[in-house]
Design a binder for this molecule. Structure first.
Ligand SMILES: [Zn+2]
Length: 196
């Protein structure tokens, strides 16, 4: 397993058919994921298209995550948690400044993803809604959102199988409020087999 330290990020290539396994060694920690097609680098992960084609906002095993152009990018091969978010963008310095009312620096998933994708010449403006693994947003009957503590434990994991060659960015989410008050590491591995 490769560890992403608290409030940090990583980027890498994920070959077609390979499986990306993600877990939190402590539990109660979110991992933001975004990806691009390697063959069509301007074609990125699309929340809207994935929600439309799967007819759900509660993604889990068996669902497929699509690109803006409608290509299947990732299949959720296995998922022991079942609580993830695909509605909101990664936490950003702008978000932290809005909440705190100050210009004080705070690390963010947006910054960490930008740094990771810069290695592949992929610009910030193409990063949109992330697949927020283990993020626990509840939607009430009026459509309002409540941010709750993630339910994942150290035993939980998600396996994502690449449907084509991808460039992937991952973070250990940098927002204390999203992660039960404390930011913790994330672990991931890339394998040919689903033997996580
Ligand atoms: Zn975050």
């Amino acid at each position: 397993m490769i560890q992403i330290p608290p409030q940090a990020g990583s980027s890498f290539e994920l070959g077609k058919g390979h499986i990306l396994a993600i877990r939190s060694p402590t539990g109660q920690q979110v991992c933001d994921l975004f990806c691009f097609s390697k063959a069509r680098p301007r074609d990125a992960l699309s929340s809207g298209r994935s929600i439309d084609y799967n007819e759900t906002v509660r993604f889990t095993k068996g669902h497929v995550l699509y690109s803006n152009a409608g290509y299947p990018l990732l299949e959720i091969f296995d998922d022991t948690c079942g609580v993830h978010d695909f509605l909101v963008t990664p936490c950003s310095s702008q978000m932290f400044q809005m909440i705190s009312g100050s210009n004080q620096y705070h690390p963010s998933c947006q910054e960490n993803l930008c740094k990771g994708f810069l290695r592949y010449d992929l610009p910030e403006e193409l990063i949109t809604t992330t697949f927020n693994i283990f993020m626990n947003y509840r939607i009430d009957e009026f459509g309002d959102l409540s941010l709750l503590t993630p339910t994942n434990t150290s035993e939980d994991y998600i396996l994502l199988k690449a449907r084509e060659d991808l460039i992937v960015g991952l973070t250990a989410c940098a927002d204390e409020a999203t992660n039960g008050g404390e930011c913790k590491p994330i672990e991931y591995s890339i394998t040919n087999e689903p033997n996580f």
